[in-house]
Design a protein around this ligand. Structure first.
Ligand SMILES: [Zn+2]
Length: 184
């Protein structure tokens, strides 16, 4: 918030609270009016609407971020998204290994390999879910952390939504290819 210069009273503004993971009103001390989080946690500067109501909330799930972390992440400076690649490859190998285990392997062996593959699958889904769950906040901060008037907020919502038009079809194509590869 250091770079934001404004003559507005904090309680007339809203921002994204990194702990609440949503747009919140500011209190008189510029902190989070929703749950009392410190001013540092509330990023970006939006006007409260007339009557003090909050701007349009950020959507809960950023599907572009959730389904295509590498593509969305690189474009949004969230480089951890690239980790989805090795996760997908490991998961694919683990599932292949589990599915193609010779029948001569004892049952315990099958259980261990399938358990490993399941844990990896759950971990991958959790990673993608987390990315989608925090995605709108990441995009908001990237756009508004640096200062005022970069882009009107409704424009930002519209622009960020467009990422779904790239990432959702891309995810479907990747899934289709993976399934075709499996069934070949
Ligand atoms: Zn908060």
């Amino acid at each position: 918030m250091d770079t934001v210069i404004t003559d507005k009273r904090p309680e007339d503004t809203a921002g994204y609270c990194v702990y609440c993971n949503r747009i919140v009103a500011r209190d008189e001390a510029a902190g989070c009016a929703r749950a009392g989080h410190a001013p540092d946690a509330v990023r970006g500067l939006l006007d409260l609407q007339s009557g003090g109501s909050l701007p349009t909330p950020l959507p809960r799930m950023n599907w572009a971020a959730a389904l295509m972390p590498p593509v969305w992440g690189v474009a949004h400076g969230a480089w951890a998204g690239v980790l989805a690649f090795p996760l997908w490859l490991f998961l694919d190998s683990a599932l292949q290994a589990a599915a193609h285990m010779p029948a001569t392997v004892p049952t315990t062996g099958h259980i261990i390999v399938w358990s490993g593959a399941s844990v990896l699958a759950l971990g991958t889904i959790a990673f993608m879910y987390w990315f989608g769950f925090r995605g709108w906040g990441v995009a908001f901060r990237r756009r508004y952390d640096t200062g005022l008037g970069v882009l009107p907020y409704p424009q930002f919502l519209k622009q960020e939504r467009r990422w779904a038009w790239l990432c959702v079809p891309l995810f479907i194509v990747v899934m289709a290819l993976a399934i075709a590869w499996w069934l070949r």
